[in-house]
Design a protein around this ligand. Structure first.
Ligand SMILES: C[S@@+](CC[C@H](N)C(=O)[O-])C[C@H]1O[C@@H](n2cnc3c(N)ncnc32)[C@H](O)[C@@H]1O
Length: 250
């Protein structure tokens, strides 16, 4: 089975990702950021969280890597337009990071590991480029804990269809609760888990991107379920995010 990135790169997917900021989605990592650090952001996408890291590290620098060239180009363009001088972006795979051993003080990764077939392999590669004693912070959803309300058979079926699709693509929608184990198996010490819910408001922030994926993947009935959910005044989509902080043994 080859690995395939389930979300894809539609306009809806880009709108979905650029809403994310360090303060909203990477807050768990803020205590580990300080001026002067060299930071790597793995699977940075359009870079909206990376820019928040850049703002926190003063004269330090952050490098964002992503396997998708157009997203890297978009991140570079956004950095230029907003005058962010200490963030650079590079097309690369997390399995083969283009850096020597012990290059970074800190590594961050948001919403990447659930898409990976070899999460431990990715963790080992992060360990290689992190300095001894350096910190890693990884966050990823856990679809087993999502709350889509009011629950109906159609909504449950739509969520399950996404879970099945991501699994068929080589990912693991249940990665969240496994993060500590994955990082420990990758060689990291003292992994500590934390979790939170993101409640989408407006709910269209998630239903739109889900509907686009269902249409793309030939599941129009689930796309319609998403559009019906948008119209439900009692509707809620709460996404469970799990984060894990660990250190490279020093
Ligand atoms: C859901 S997006 C997350 C983007 C950003 N971190 C955020 O949370 O907004 C996942 C990103 O991981 C990238 N990706 C998937 N597999 C990858 C791999 N093996 N190496 C590097 N990037 C990868 C995708 O291209 C995509 O941009």
């Amino acid at each position: 089975m080859t690995e395939q990135y389930t979300l894809g790169y539609s306009d809806a997917a880009m709108r979905f990702l650029v809403r994310r900021k360090l303060d909203t989605h990477g807050a768990f990592f803020i205590p580990h950021l300080s001026p002067g650090l060299r930071v790597l952001d793995c699977g940075c996408g359009p870079g909206s969280i990376t820019f928040g890291i850049a703002a926190r590290i003063g004269n330090g620098s952050v490098e964002g890597i992503d396997m998708d060239g157009p997203q890297i180009a978009l991140a570079q363009q956004r950095a230029k337009e907003s005058g962010v001088g200490n963030a650079t972006f590079r097309q690369a795979s997390v399995y083969e990071l283009p850096y020597p051993d012990n290059s970074f003080d800190a590594i961050f990764s948001h919403a990447l590991f659930e898409h990976l077939k070899d999460t431990v392999g990715a963790a080992k590669e992060c360990l290689r480029v992190l300095k001894p004693g350096g910190v890693i912070g990884v966050a990823t959803p856990d679809w087993e804990a999502f709350i889509v309300a009011p629950a109906t058979p159609a909504r449950r079926a739509a969520v399950q269809a996404y879970v099945d699709k991501q699994t068929a693509n080589g990912g693991d929608p249940g990665t969240g609760r496994k993060l500590a184990t994955i990082l420990a198996q990758g060689g990291f010490a003292s992994p500590r888990l934390h979790a939170r819910f993101e409640v989408y408001d407006p709910i269209t922030a998630i239903t739109e991107v889900m509907a686009v994926q269902y249409d793309r993947d030939g599941m129009p009935q689930h796309a319609q379920t998403m559009r019906d959910l948008e119209q439900d005044p009692m509707g809620m989509w709460a996404q469970a995010w799990v984060s894990c902080i660990a250190r490279k043994p020093g």
